[in-house]
Design a protein around this ligand. Structure first.
Ligand code: NAD
Length: 376
C-alpha cells in the first residue's frame, strides 16, 4: 500500500498532511510513503526530514502513481489527481458543503473521497477529530492576535510608576476554540468571562478560572446539546441574550466570539451599536467570520476600526501555527487510518456499516454516497 502526501496548493495554506513522525508510523504498519516535494516547506519540515523518516520524495505524478491513499489538508482539484487509480482513498478536509461540484468530480474520477471534518463526535473518533485539533490552536491564536492589537497589557502590574489594570476579556461560545481562548487569556493574566448556550459549558468555564455569564430567565440548551453542537435559539432567547451582552460588553476590553451552529450561518451576537459602547482601543476578534460572523459588519480576513474598536474577522488561524497545526492534523489522519488498518491485507479496510465510515465517506464506485449530500 502506497500512501501519497500531496503538497497543498490553496492560497495561504501552510499546513502539511503528514509529519516525519506519521511517515515513520505508516511505514511501521507496512505502508510505503511518498511525499510530494516541498510539502512541508511552510511548516518548518524540509524534504530531507521526510526522507530521513523513510519517505520517497517526488513530483505530483510520481507520488500519485500506484498510490492507494492520498493525504491532503484541503480538497485538491479533481483535475490535479488525474494520475490516481480507481477506488483510491482521498483523505482531507474536503469541505463538502461548499465544494459540491468538486465532490461530484471526485466521484466521476472513481475516487473514494473521505471528508475528515464530518467525523462523528463519538468517543472512539476523538483522536481523529480535525475540527477540534485545529480549533484548539485557533482559539489560542485568536487571543495572541487580540493581545498584539491591544494597546494595553493583559496582566495587572504594580510598578513604581503606578498600577496597570488587568484586561477584561469576554469569550462568546465556549466550545473547543472558546475554552482554549479562555485558558490562554487566563495564562496571560486577563480577567476572563465567558458565555454559551449549552448549560454543560458553565462548569467548564468555571474550571478554567473564568466567570460564566449566562442567560438566566430563558432556558438554553440542556447539557452538551446534540453531539456537543448548538442549535438555533428561539427569538425569546436571542432577545434575552442581546440584553445580557449589552450590559456586559461595555465593560470589556477584548471580546473573542466563536459561536457556530452546524449547517447554519453563525448566530449574530454583537451589533454595531454594542461595539460603540466599548471604550476606544478595545479589540473584538470574530472567529466565526467565515461562517457569516457573530459580529455585525465583520469581513472575513480583514481587520477594521469601528467606533475606535479594532474588529478582526479571523479566518484560518490554525494556518499561522503551521508546524503544530500540521502535527495535530497529521496525527488525526494517522489515528483514523491506523484504526481501520487490516494487517493481513496491509491496507485500510472501511466497513460500510461503521459509523465513522458512514459519516465521512462522500463518494464511492463513481457515485456520491453520503446521506448528507444526497439529501442536499
Ligand atoms: P462549534 O464550533 O460548533 O461552536 C462553538 C461554540 O459556540 C459551541 O460551544 C456552541 O455551543 C456555541 N454557540 C453556538 N451558538 C451560540 C450562541 N447563540 N451563543 C453563544 N454560544 C453559542 O462547537 P465546537 O467547539 O466544535 O464543539 C462544542 C463541543 O462539542 C465541545 O466543547 C465538546 O464538548 C464537544 N466535542 C465532542 C467531540 C467528541 O466527542 N468526539 C469532539 C469535538 C467536540
Amino acid at each position: 500500500m502506497k500512501i501519497a502526501v500531496l503538497k497543498e496548493t490553496a492560497a495561504g495554506e501552510t499546513r502539511c498532511a503528514a509529519i516525519p513522525e506519521t511517515v515513520r508510523k505508516f511505514i511501521a504498519l507496512g505502508a510505503e510513503v511518498a511525499v510530494e516535494r516541498g510539502s512541508g516547506e511552510h511548516a518548518s519540515m524540509p524534504d530531507a526530514d521526510f526522507e530521513a523518516a523513510g519517505a520517497r520524495l517526488g513530483s505530483r505524478d510520481d507520488v500519485l502513481k500506484d498510490a492507494g491513499v492520498l493525504l491532503a489538508v484541503n480538497g485538491p482539484d479533481a483535475q490535479s489527481l488525474n494520475g490516481a487509480g480507481k477506488d483510491v482513498l482521498l483523505v482531507g478536509m474536503l469541505d463538502p458543503a461548499r465544494r459540491r461540484d468538486e465532490i461530484d468530480r471526485y466521484a466521476s474520477a472513481g475516487l473514494q473521497a473521505l471528508a475528515m471534518e464530518w467525523m462523528p463526535r463519538i468517543t472512539r473518533a476523538q483522536s481523529m477529530d480535525v475540527l477540534s485539533s485545529q480549533s484548539n490552536l485557533a482559539g489560542y491564536k485568536a487571543v495572541i492576535d487580540a493581545a498584539s492589537a491591544y494597546g494595553r497589557a493583559f496582566p495587572m502590574m504594580m510598578t513604581a510608576a503606578g498600577t496597570v489594570s488587568p484586561a477584561k476579556l469576554f469569550v462568546m461560545g465556549a466550545g473547543v476554540a472558546g475554552l482554549q481562548a479562555i485558558a490562554t487569556a487566563r495564562r496571560l493574566g486577563a480577567q476572563v468571562s465567558a458565555t454559551d448556550v449549552r448549560s454543560a459549558t458553565r462548569e467548564q468555564i468555571l474550571s478554567l478560572g473564568a466567570k460564566p455569564i449566562f442567560v438566566e430567565n430563558v432556558g438554553g440548551i440542556e447539557g452538551e446539546g446534540l453531539g456537543g453542537y448548538a442549535t438555533e435559539m428561539s427569538p425569546e432567547y436571542q432577545k434575552a441574550q442581546a440584553e445580557l451582552v449589552s450590559g456586559h460588553i461595555a465593560k470589556q476590553d477584548l471580546v473573542i466570539t466563536t459561536a457556530l451552529i452546524p449547517g447554519k450561518p453563525a448566530p449574530r451576537l454583537i451589533s454595531d451599536a454594542q461595539i460603540a459602547t466599548m471604550r476606544p482601543g478595545s479589540v473584538v476578534v470574530d472567529m466565526a467570520a467565515d461562517a457569516g460572523g457573530n459580529v455585525e459588519g465583520t469581513v472575513a480576513g480583514e481587520s477594521m476600526v469601528r467606533h475606535g474598536v479594532t474588529v478582526m474577522g479571523a479566518t484560518n488561524l490554525a494556518r499561522s501555527l503551521a508546524a503544530d497545526a500540521s502535527a495535530l492534523y497529521a496525527r488525526n489522519l494517522y489515528n483514523f487510518l491506523s484504526a481501520f488498518w487490516d494487517k493481513d491485507q496491509a491496507q485500510p479496510v472501511l466497513p460500510d456499516d461503521d459509523e465513522i465510515v458512514k459519516g465521512i465517506r462522500l463518494t464511492r464506485g463513481g457515485k456520491v454516497v453520503n446521506e448528507r449530500l444526497s439529501a442536499a
